[in-house]
Design a protein around this ligand. Sequence first.
Ligand SMILES: Nc1ncnc2c1ncn2[C@@H]1O[C@H](COP(=O)(O)OP(=O)(O)OP(=O)(O)O)[C@@H](O)[C@H]1O
Ligand SMILES: [Mg+2]
Length: 254
Amino acid sequence: MSNAKIISIHSFRGGTGKSNSTANIAVNVARQGKRVAIVDTDIYSPGIHVLFGFDETNIDKTLNNYLWGQCRISDAAYDVSNILPEERKNLIYLVPASIKTGDIAQILREGYDFNVLCDGFYDLIDALELDYLFIDTHPGLNEETLLAASISDILIIVLRPDKQDFQGTAVTVEVARRLEVPKMMLLINKALSNTDQAQLKKDIEKIYQVPLVGILPQSEEMMQLQSSGVFSLQVPNHPLSKVYENIAQMIIKS
Ligand SMILES: Nc1ncnc2c1ncn2[C@@H]1O[C@H](COP(=O)(O)OP(=O)(O)OP(=O)(O)O)[C@@H](O)[C@H]1O
Ligand SMILES: [Mg+2]
């Protein structure tokens, strides 16, 4: 039996920073010498592959092919360790979802079997001898997200300091409690520079009774990157990178 941990990154609303957070946290965990994979389960609007320099011209097999029974999930796992400065191999893998119009249309039309997706997670953990499997999700409460949450060891919920996000997060936390997710973490993204961080942490933890593991400031440098890379590798000494590093440490210790 593997000791791998499954970590899902979710948010109730879109555009909160899930994909960037997933990539940055996963990379920081890998840099500690852990074997890591990321699966893009945002199959209706995939995107995390962009941060790792993939586009439709250099993706062959995807999660879609696996879900359609055309390959093993590990055949759709790409070693992206070359982005690490350490010159290591086989430390971090990405399973992208297809960005081809026809493939997305097929998934929308036909759906897919959630049990197959779930089996894929465990198969990937075994095949790649993973320590951590990160799941980037589609926003909102949908079936694949509930499935991902229900099998996760840790659910990280990303939210912006915004009333709509606050309300949606309350719903997500409640659902995750019903699913008996063993550990939840809240992550605030796009915080304003004048935020009283200590007060915000106190307020958030009181409202949700879930630990707030980081407050990421809204950052012009992050916007300038435009998802063309993994921020903490590009701008290592930035406050944002420190927060990602810290969360990676917390995950490894938990
Ligand atoms: N701290 C930040 N400061 C400024 N811009 C940010 C920050 N975090 C993320 N962004 C930007 O916000 C946008 C959305 O980020 P990202 O794709 O990670 O969100 P997401 O939650 O995965 O979105 P979706 O719900 O569409 O999957 C991107 O353009 C990204 O560059
Ligand atoms: Mg995303």
